[in-house]
Design a binder for this molecule. Structure first.
Ligand code: GAL
Length: 690
């Protein structure tokens, strides 16, 4: 869907637009010159050139500098910076500058401040203090976007528009009265009648019946559990309200600056689930829009690299399989974790190339120069507080050189035979109130299985259940608690045409209204899998139960009965002792075409067991690793261009050098591998295969 061209420029109707950096993977980051005196700007540009920076994202938090008072613009400083960047041939991803409303706007319109769950107003003095439903905010933001577009649409530095910043990062969910009104309008469009709303929300329960359209509310703090259907719809509404804010600015840019690519930076991270990015992506179209995301390594996770790799593959799925842009990550420590450790030497390069390995066609950072004041003064940057005389800046310069050599991979696609399904509706519903086990976290099994595949050197696409699933050999359906009839049918259809499928516990349980699918679990997938349970038996925190063989499970069990499937592993203790824990169902070929094998996993296996299970699945489905005989601890992916050229990315996550059996030129070192590519400890190789 989002193909990439290496020339985003050319002459456009309204004026001259620069080319996006060619022959390189664009490399750079957020540039916030307003934090520094004018003298520093020239130093910045010179240092950017020394570092090999080819793009910057400019003006993201500049609203109060470009519009210092209502309707008064000061573009002088920005003209100067744009001019310096143009002269240095650094492409600008120019912000509409609307991410953080200025004080004059907050003062004139205090009603645009978001209100949290408890009715507490979120005051200005930080950032993103605006309500997703505020038409007042839209009016001011689109006015500024228009002013920016008119001023810079034909500027020689302009290469892309950057709308707002990380929509929803801080301002959703908002529970204010404006959102309540917006929600009611949204509900009226979704449901034809109050009867339909009452039915969808199961409002017969606890006397929640709505008799007038003025009655539905956001799920504000209630005496006990709120209504799950209402909660789910509110999440959908908030995501849609922010999408409308984005589309309003986008429409202004399309009118006043046609022909220039547009992006907004997503946050496809494990802990960020505020927006339905699949729904957003459906509104973004070639050749206008670019999917971009930010990713920060969360040190406290048991396996941060598993999350990092997963999120790269998820972003690629959101981008329809095509390349995407890494808008932000960090060169080293962040400032928002309880303890903020620097990355090891080489970590900047390794993390950047991990994203390129998973389809990123740009390497961006927050931010160019480390701030000396403000809430992010301890966040790392391309140019640290210590200045150019620092090991980190030396690594940044090395990364700049590598990015300069990687241009040939841009536009190529990551190959994968496995799909892992990911759905924000299912994630939201799994975060809903009063479920069987708080231990079931939507991303857990998806990321665990993805890791087990990675450890076998098997790449996976992380895709929406509504995506085209027909080309995959193996489809993983982890914790898809909520599934629509259409998505369940799409999974069945892919199996019918030969894909194997693994469904894990707590999948297929409810429809898109969060209504139970009656008749036994796992609801929508019972017949497909040839199993039926009548009661869940979730395990207590820390409880581990034995399975047949030397295996064990945690988190979940249930009284699985076989209805066609055979048991591969059985619970031998715990509340579901004697019942199947892992099943296999192979249906005899009908009419000459063999349907895929269907597997059901009713517990969270220990790591070795999961590795074995994933090995069994890959063997059964005929899924192959990127390279046979590659060493442990090295992540492998392959990107392939339309003309057949291919590049193997090898990321060494171990403390020892590893030798990978691949023949070609390593673009990182510039050397031919001679068949055995040595990847240094913590290092990366990008080998153009002979
Ligand atoms: C991102 C944000 C940046 C900066 C960064 C710090 O979420 O877009 O502006 O705050 O985090 O890690």
């Amino acid at each position: 869907m989002f193909g990439f061209v290496d020339n985003w420029g050319g002459d456009v109707e309204t004026g001259r637009m620069r080319d996006w950096p060619r022959g390189v993977i664009p490399f750079g980051g957020d540039y916030n010159p307003e934090q520094w005196p004018r003298e520093v700007w020239r130093e910045d540009i010179a240092a950017m050139q020394r570092a090999g920076v080819t793009f910057v994202s400019l003006g993201i938090f500049s609203w109060s500098w470009v519009e210092p008072s209502d309707g008064t613009y000061d573009f002088g400083w920005l003209d100067e910076v744009m001019g310096l960047l143009a002269a240095a041939d650094i492409a600008v991803d120019l912000a509409t500058a609307t991410a953080s409303p200025p004080m004059w706007l907050a003062q004139a319109h205090p009603e645009i401040a978001p209100i949290d769950h408890d009715g507490q107003r979120l005051w200005p003095g930080s950032r993103q203090a605006w309500c997703p439903s505020s038409a007042t905010f839209t009016a001011y933001a689109t006015r500024l976007a228009e002013a920016m577009a008119r001023r810079y649409h034909d500027h020689p530095a302009l290469a892309m528009w950057h709308i707002s910043n990380e929509y929803g990062c801080h301002n959703t969910p908002c529970f204010c009265d404006t959102c309540a009104d917006g929600f009611r309008d949204w509900l009226r469009q979704r449901y034809d009648s109050l009867d339909a709303l009452n039915e969808a929300w199961g409002a017969a329960f606890w006397s929640q019946r709505y008799a007038d359209w003025s009655q539905p509310l956001p799920p504000r703090r209630t005496p006990t559990f709120p209504n799950p259907g209402q909660t789910l719809d509110y999440r959908r509404y908030q995501s849609d309200a922010l999408l409308q804010q984005f589309l309003a600015e986008r429409a202004v840019l399309l009118e006043h600056s046609p022909g220039v690519p547009i992006t907004t930076n997503f946050m496809t991270m494990r802990h960020f689930s505020h927006l339905d990015y699949h729904r957003w992506a459906a509104h973004l179209t070639e050749p206008v829009d670019r999917i971009s995301t930010d990713h920060y390594v969360v040190d406290l996770l048991a396996d941060p690299w598993a999350e990092q790799a997963f999120c790269g593959d998820l972003t690629r799925g959101i981008a329809g399989g095509g390349p995407w842009l890494l808008m932000e990550h960090s060169t080293s420590a962040v400032n928002w974790q309880p303890v903020n450790r620097p990355k090891p030497v080489g970590g900047t390069i390794r993390d950047s190339l991990t994203h390129v390995a998973r389809g990123a066609d740009m390497i961006g950072f927050f931010q160019w120069r480390a701030s000396r004041a403000g809430a992010e003064k301890f966040h790392s940057a391309l140019l640290p507080h210590a200045g150019e005389d620092s090991a980190r800046f030396a690594e940044v310069c090395r990364l700049g050189e590598i990015a300069g050599r990687l241009g040939e991979v841009s536009g190529s696609r990551v190959e994968s035979q496995v799909a892992i399904l990911w759905d924000y509706d299912a994630q939201w519903a799994t975060q809903g109130p009063a479920l069987p086990s708080a231990q079931v976290q939507y991303p857990d099994l998806a990321i665990e299985i993805h890791r087990a595949l990675r450890e076998r050197h098997v790449p996976a696409d992380v895709v929406y259940p509504g995506a085209d699933l027909t080309a995959y050999r193996l489809i993983i359906v982890p914790t898809l608690y909520l599934v629509s009839d259409a998505h369940a049918a799409a999974i069945e259809a892919a199996v019918a045409t030969g894909a194997d499928v693994l469904v894990t516990y707590f999948s297929g349980i409810v429809d898109e209204r969060d209504h139970i699918r009656l008749g036994g679990y796992p609801g929508a997938f019972r017949e497909l899998l040839g199993v039926r349970s009548t009661e869940f038996a979730p395990l207590r925190p820390g409880e581990v139960v034995a399975l047949s063989g030397a295996h064990s499970g945690s988190v979940w069990s249930e009284d699985v009965a076989l209805a066609g499937a055979e048991a591969v592993l059985t619970f031998t203790e715990g509340p579901a002792a004697g019942h199947a824990a892992f099943t296999r169902y192979a249906v005899a070929p009908q009419g000459g075409s063999a349907s895929g094998v269907r597997w059901y996993l009713a517990t969270r296996p220990d790591r070795d067991t999961l590795a074995e299970i994933v090995g069994t699945l890959c063997a059964s489905a005929g899924v192959e690793p990127v390279l046979p005989g590659a060493p442990d601890g090295v992540d492998l992916t392959r990107r392939r261009a339309a003309d057949g050229r291919s590049w193997v990315f090898a990321i060494n996550h171990t403390d020892l050098a590893r030798t990978v059996p691949v023949t070609g030129v390593d673009l990182v070192t510039g050397r031919h591998t001679g068949g055995q590519c040595e990847v240094p400890a913590g290092g990366v190789a990008v080998v153009r295969e002979d």
